[in-house]
Design a protein. Structure first.
Lengths: 231, 231
DNA sequence: AAGTCCGATTTGTGATCACATTATGCCCTG
DNA sequence: CAGGGCATAATGTGATCACAAATCGGACTT
């Protein structure tokens, strides 16, 4: 059962935006990141170095380094057996993730706001169109990609590397879980809360942006939490 | 200049609490962590895999994995040159760290509080005695060790792995910087803010504990920030 | 027929080697 | 004596090999 349902994404040989002449362990890291964030891995699923290496067309060595990195970010989990797996979600962990998101992301958005000009805002609105399209289409992976792009684009503009890294780690931790939920119940029940954020940015209203991001997080996470933990 | 002022800490061969039969890369990780948290490394200082390997008495291989892990935690920095160094502090990064600490650590303390019984509180008070002793002694490393133990002991009791990992990453990022400041101005001007936290725990006052931790962070970080950035 | 033990396979770990890239020191040139 | 180019050394990266622990398979026992 070596390759079972691994999805397809091999490491692109060359000419890929953002990973041109980068070291193999970096390309492997980015490839695994993609799978984790957008549903390529099933929570709880065991992962082997040699398996990933074969699946990505590289030797086990760069995989080791990429996996070690993802373990440090808590995107993967190292058990006492010395075996690696995609962490399973628990109600407790989920609650911590929600708290961390609410504590960090609105601030990150506010710090980004002064740097969001016309072109950046246009790009953000374009991404939001993609979100709604994916929602209507009932496309979970497309929704997750666009939704991540929406937040990541804003947060990256904050150029706050420390806070950004913390938030990035958090996203990596609920990515696989999000995918299983949407795969089960679809995306049609979602509502797009991003318009409030966009208009707040347009009028450079910091408090408005903070509460818009907060509401977006609360609404989205409550939906995920309720359908998964039925509390 | 291979060995310059590396400090001494070799990787203890065996019989060390918490790293008995652990893999070498784990022991190396813990050793490097110690150096970073408690002042064994100078910010901005370059670090080489082979150098660390020789300094720790292991092959470069486990060092690679430990360093990759620390890079992911932002305790070390990977430059475009592919060279690794201890990150230098900036006013901007420092500000982000303060925000993250204030956003996460009081909550972590509150989540730990119900689990702090008589024995745990006694242990915490004992650690605080160590802090005051190190302060009077003018011992920066001892102060940093005890201060870290004080916070880490409380936060670990929260058993909140996700939030704990975020906070851990933050501490790793200001450890070396803290050391340079205390090394420059000493620890005699510090005041111990922990009594307020201890008494809040004793009467199980969540809000009181939150504000005590917040004040401790603000006071300590303001001192560090002022002496370093003289703003 | 169910549980247990033992052998074969898989897996993580660590070391060593080879190579490309980068940094460093030296010599030469002006 | 200063500055630039070149040979040498050092460094990160990746592959391969060897080994020990863990897992999994089936055969055997009761």
């Amino acid at each position: 059962m070596s390759t079972s349902n691994d999805g397809v994404a091999l490491v692109e040989s060359e000419h890929l935006p953002g990973a041109g002449g980068a070291p193999a362990h970096e390309r492997v890291y980015l490839a695994l990141r993609e799978r984790i964030l957008f549903g390529g891995f099933q929570p709880g699923r065991p992962v082997t170095l040699r398996g990933l290496a074969e699946s990505l067309g590289v030797s086990p060595m760069p995989v080791r380094e990429a996996v070690r990195r993802l373990i440090a970010q808590r995107a993967l989990e190292l058990h006492d057996n010395r075996r690696v797996s995609v962490p399973a979600m628990t109600a407790r962990k989920f609650d911590e993730i929600v708290f961390a998101r609410l504590a960090l992301e609105p601030e990150l958005a506010v710090r980004a706001m002064p740097r969001i000009g016309e072109v950046e805002l246009a790009r953000i609105e374009q991404i939001d169109d993609g979100i709604e399209a994916a929602m209507e289409r009932g496309d979970p992976e497309g929704y997750m990609r666009s939704n991540h792009a929406f937040h990541a684009t804003i947060y990256n503009l904050a150029a706050s590397e420390t806070l950004g890294a913390l938030v990035d780690s958090v996203w990596l931790q609920f990515g696989p879980f999000m995918r299983t939920v949407y795969g089960r119940v679809g995306t049609t029940n979602l509502e797009d809360q991003h318009q409030k954020a966009i208009s707040a940015i347009r009028r450079q209203d910091g408090e408005g942006l903070k509460s818009a991001i907060s509401e977006d997080i609360m609404q989205g996470m409550r939906f995920i939490g309720e359908t998964a933990f039925r509390r």
